[in-house]
Each structure stands twice: as structure tokens, then as C-alpha cells.
Design a binder for this molecule. Sequence first.
Ligand code: ADP
Ligand code: MG
Length: 749
Amino acid sequence: MTGSSATHGPEFDGVALPVPQREPLTLDTPLKKALSAPQATALLKAFAMHTVNDLLSHYPRDYADREVLRPLNQVTPGANITVIADIVSVHEKRMSSRPGTIVEVVISDGGGEFTLTFFGKNSQEWRLKQLRPGLRGSFSGKVRVYRGESQLTNPSYKTFESEEEEERDDPAVRLRRKPLIPIYAATAAEPSWNLQMMIDQVLRRIGTLPDPVPDDLRAEHGLLSHTQAIRWIHSPDDEKQWMAAQNTLRFTEAWVLQCALMQRHSLARERRTRPRVPTPGGYLERFDAALPFVLTVDQEICAVEIATDMSQSGPMNRLLQGEVGSGKTVVALRAMLAVADSGGQTALLAPTEVLAGQHLRSITTLLGPDLAAELMPTLLTGKLPVAQKRKALLRTVSGQSRIVIGTHALLSDTVTFFDLGLIVIDEQHRFGVEQRESLRLKGAEPPHVLVMTATPIPRTIAMTVFGDLDVSTIRMLPAGRQGITSIVVPLSDHPSWFQRIWTKLAEELALGRQGFVVCPAISPAEIEEGSEAATEPVSEDDKKIPLANVETVHEKLRGFAPLAEYRIEALHGRMTSDEKDRIMRAFADGEIDVLVATTVIEVGVDVPNASAMVVLDAERFGVSQLHQLRGRVGRGGVPGLCLLVTNSRTGSPARQRIGDVAATLDGFRLAELDLALRREGNVLGDMQSGEGTSLRFLRVAVDGDLIAEARQAAYHLVSGDPGIRTNPALRDAIARRLNESERTWLVKG
Ligand code: ADP
Ligand code: MG
């Protein structure tokens, strides 16, 4: 029967192999159906991949040319690498301390050499047969340093000779082989060539993939079809093909993300809610009449944007950004008063107890005694004594309190509002989208939402991360600020200046002021979490100098004569939050003169009397981080002084960076600079090496224009078709790709 081979499939030693499936694979086909069960399990374990899309989205991180070796010199210890190299020499030795053998293989990239070490319990004769000098192959494993030299221990390998043997068994192998070898991020269990083989199997069975980018947009940007891009990214004939594929996929990423954000924005707008407008002669008018200063132009503009949003029947979703002290709170308070005029309440959510308490105090002060008595701003946090908490809950549910200020405790089920009209969230970074959502549900109708952040956000980040929010920006500071003087203290040029730092600090304290000393590490052995640049030495030189750390510096300063009479305390991330709160409060109350701290000093903490900041090892902090830190001094009527102390050398990039921070107080300029500096690296770096994310080729730092174009096009599509009904491929891509973890990562950027 002629049909038998088709129904039974090929045979191997008389055993029928699984029948190849006829229908093409789709992106959502489970890997279990696309590959063998052991293969699917291996991919699930190694990379958490479930579907064909997961596997096909595992793009090569690089391509190697069979004919051209590339230098091995830049290997980082701990990295999983795959290299193409020639075997130079092979030796087997007995181990001296225990039974067994070591095979040492030296490979060459044409320039430098690199050692592979294989440990075996018995003789490794068989390995010597596989790895003979003169052969070329791929070698894959984790880089370790042994006696000062990088090497691979027990790497996986595949010589090109063994490929030729496969080819003898299956001539099709030759047809599939291309001059370029894709190099995949791999694990010990799944070396790059295994991935290549499985992807190859899947690619041969996919049909035409649906295209999330519409034809006209593809034509306009000169993009490949999605199917072509996926084929060429994994299996290019030449450099041109994978570059074209990357361009297409990069745009696709921007497009899918922007459509998702636009859609979220438009769906949120479609909900119906109550407009909140001030009443003539109401709270807002009374407040404005009593305000002891005039709003800056930026404050005015933001206030109008917010008032306009809140007068609509769709809920506001707005981000208000402006540096610490730029006057966001006043602007937000005016929105709260408009809501109060309409009979409603505002929930103000702060990231910590300390900040919630601070908001209560500043809002009460701004309102003045009469308005405060009528609007009854109330603190509602987890730490309140039971009786007080009960009272706060009662005021909230009865609507007596028009402004309720709290921490996460506001999210708890026991908190009910009489009429929640507005949610103000301070410091967006610490609240997820889900938490915003859960607060929203507390209103009978969806409340208006205003998110405030003191971290200046570059335009592209705003478009990418907060793309579902409208943005208002306060750039200028109110007039009459004393300002901050920033000075670079280069210890490598002037080691003796180290003493003068502390004398300077003592002078500030003698004026009755307070100060911070910031270190990148907690103890000699412990780096503070989130201290951006602290994990890696900036240069070779840095390795020799131990990092400034809170424990050591605290100890030293306490023993330093000019500071003897002052109260010096430590603050860092290893303390409990109660301890941190207590110290922070004592500092705010003036009971502590100097805080020796890591970056945990809170954003937004307002201690008007703090005038001096010393940042040690300033090169260990990013541009924006330094600027944020500096924002904690010079907040009251006293001028601030910030000493950026560094061991980095004149002319080095690190020194340049610190100099840039010292030279300007414009946070937006510094944020853009920060982004540009990170261009090669890490804005999305961590995320990109992670799993289950979709932004592989898009670089927020360099692709601003492309993101803006995608956003524009997304706006057109989504405003005409909010449900994206006309483009099911796009709808699926959004569902598949945009997950919350991605947003979280972006926020960290
Ligand atoms: P932010 O919340 O942005 O850190 P705040 O609203 O707390 O800033 O304002 C910081 C300080 O400046 C407050 O004491 C506030 O009363 C004051 N302030 C705000 N706006 C103005 C202004 N336009 N002119 C003068 N002072 C202002
Ligand atoms: Mg504030």
C-alpha cells in the first residue's frame, strides 16, 4: 500500500516514529505538541517556555560565522558563553589528590587562547578521540576563573566534524546548514546548538504567521512580514537578513507596546464617572484667596490640565511630575479641594508611614486652621493605635474627613469611603498598576487618579512606562529657593581633602543644621540593595579600595574629634522598617545631627534643617540617583551643600558624570543624560536577559523617535478602533506579550 508510509511515518529499527502532524504550528501551539515530550519538558525547565511563541521569541543573542573566528578576550566570569574556536592542544593528566583524570583542551580564536577543563572519574580516552587538535567546533559553558585565568569547566561542545557525521546520516542537514550560526542564550543543560535544532524543527512546520503590524505601516517603515522576520532572525543567510529582521522586530515591539498602552488609556477613559468641579465661594476659592504665594506658571498649567480632566465624565488618569520642592503638593491639594466642593473625598496614598505623616502635617498647614477643621484631613495607617484607627475609619466611611492620608493600609478591605472622588498616589514607583486598580474599586464610580512622582522621567520612558497616563510636568522651582551648592571632592588628586570634608560638615552642624553622609555599602562585605552602580567596580583601580560603608564610616566619625559633641546615627536597608522609621523620625525631629546612611534615605523626606550632604564613593551612584540624594538637603530656608567625594581619576567617565551632576540642578537634563549614559547597557538590560518579556530589541535610550512614531500610529488605530477588532493578530500579540512584570521592569529602568 502506497499510503502506509504516510500514515505510519518513518521507521527506525522497526519501531514506528511519531507521525508528523500535518497542520502547521501556530504561535499558541503548546511545545508539547510541537516537539518531543523530553524536549518540551527541557525547555519548560530551562526557560519556562510553554508555547511555540515562547521558543520563537528566544532570539539569538549573536551570530557566529563558520569561517571567521572572533576574539575570545571579552569574557566575563560567571557568564554562559558559546564560542566557535579551533582546538590547539589536548592533554590528559591524572589527578594528584583523588582518583580520576583531567583533560585540558586549549582552544584558539585565532588570536588568544582559552582553556577547557574536563574532570572524569575514569580515563577519558573517548574524549581525546572527539577533541583532536585541528578540529573546529562550538564550545559552550560557564566562565570560571581558576588561578587568575578564565576557563570553561566541563563545557558542552559540538565539533564541526560531528556535524559532518550527522550529515552523512541525514543529507537534509546539509541543506539546512547556513554560513551563520545563531548563538542563543543557553544553559548547561540546553546548549545553544540544541536550541538551534529545536527552533529549526519548529520553523519548518510553521505556516504564515499573522502579522501584528498592518500592511500600510509595514510598507511605510520598510519592514519584513512577521514570518520572514522570524525566519531570518533565527536562520539568516547573511548579516543583512538578521539586521532587517531585527529592525522589523524592534518596530513590532514598540508598536505592540504602544497599542497596548493606548488601548488601556482609552478603555479607562470610556468608563463613566462624576465630574468634579469647584463651587463658587467653595473650599477651593477660599484656599486660593488665602494662599500666601502665587503659583508658578508650571503649577498653573498643571492645575488647569487637572481641573479640565476632572470636569469630564471619564475618569482622570494623570501623572504629575516635578522635582522635590517644585510644588506638586499644592497643585494636588487644589484638586482635592475641587473634589471636596463636589461633596467627595480624596485618598492620598504614600509609600511609607513617615511620608504619610509628613503629608498630613504639610496639608494641614497649607489648609490653615479653618479649612483644616472643616475638611478634617485624617491619617489612616496600619500603625495607628486601635482606638485612633477606629475613629479614622469612622470619619472615612461617614464622609466627615474629605482627605484621608495613609499607606497601603488604605487598600485594606476594612476601609470604606463615603464618596471617593479622587486618588492621589505619591511616588508612583512603589505602587503597581494592580494596587492602583484595587483602590479604584473603592469608589462607587471610578475615581479620578493623580499619580505624583518626584523622579524626573525622560520623554521616552514616560511614553513607554507611563504610556497609559497623561502627563503634567512642573519644571521650574518656586522663586526664592536658597539652592544647593554641589562640589566635587577628588581624593585621587587631593587625598588630604578627606579631613576637610569632616571639618566642613562640623561647620555646618555648628550653625545648628543637620547633615547626611551617604555610602554605597552597609558593611565592608555588604552592598546596599538598589545602589545602582555599586555592584561592579567602575575601573581596575577601584577594586583595590574598599567601598565606603555605613558601619565603618559611622564608627570613624564617632571617634573624630571635631564631631565629638554631635549625635551620629546609622541608617541602612538591613534594619527593620520600624527601626528605620524611628531613626528617620528622630532625625526629622532634630534629635540626631548626622545620619550615616545608604540610599535608603527616603525620596521626599522633608527635613528643612538638613543642609549638608556628603556622598562617599560618588562614582558608585548613577546620575539620577546622585541628583535624588542631593534633593534631600537645602529644602528649607537654608542653603544646601553637597560634597560629591570620589576616588575616580580626572578625565575618567565616572569623574565626568559626577562633574555633570555638580554642574546642574536641572533634574530633567540629568535624567536624559542618565538615559544616554546607559544607552549601551542597562535601561532594560536586566529585563532583557529575563524570561517572558517581549522587549528584546527596543532600546528606550536610543529608540525614542521610533517609539514616538509607533505611538502616533497606535493613537490613530486605537482611537478609531478601541477594541482592536480590525486586527486580531495585534490583539493576540498584546494579550501574549504585555504582562505586568514587564511594566515593573520598565519602571525600574
Ligand atoms: P513637592 O510636593 O513638589 O515636593 P511642595 O508642594 O511640598 O513640593 O512645595 C514645597 C514648598 O514650597 C512648600 O513649603 C510649599 O508651600 C512651597 N511652595 C509651593 N509652591 C510655591 C510657590 N509657587 N511659591 C512659593 N512657595 C511655594
Ligand atoms: Mg511633597
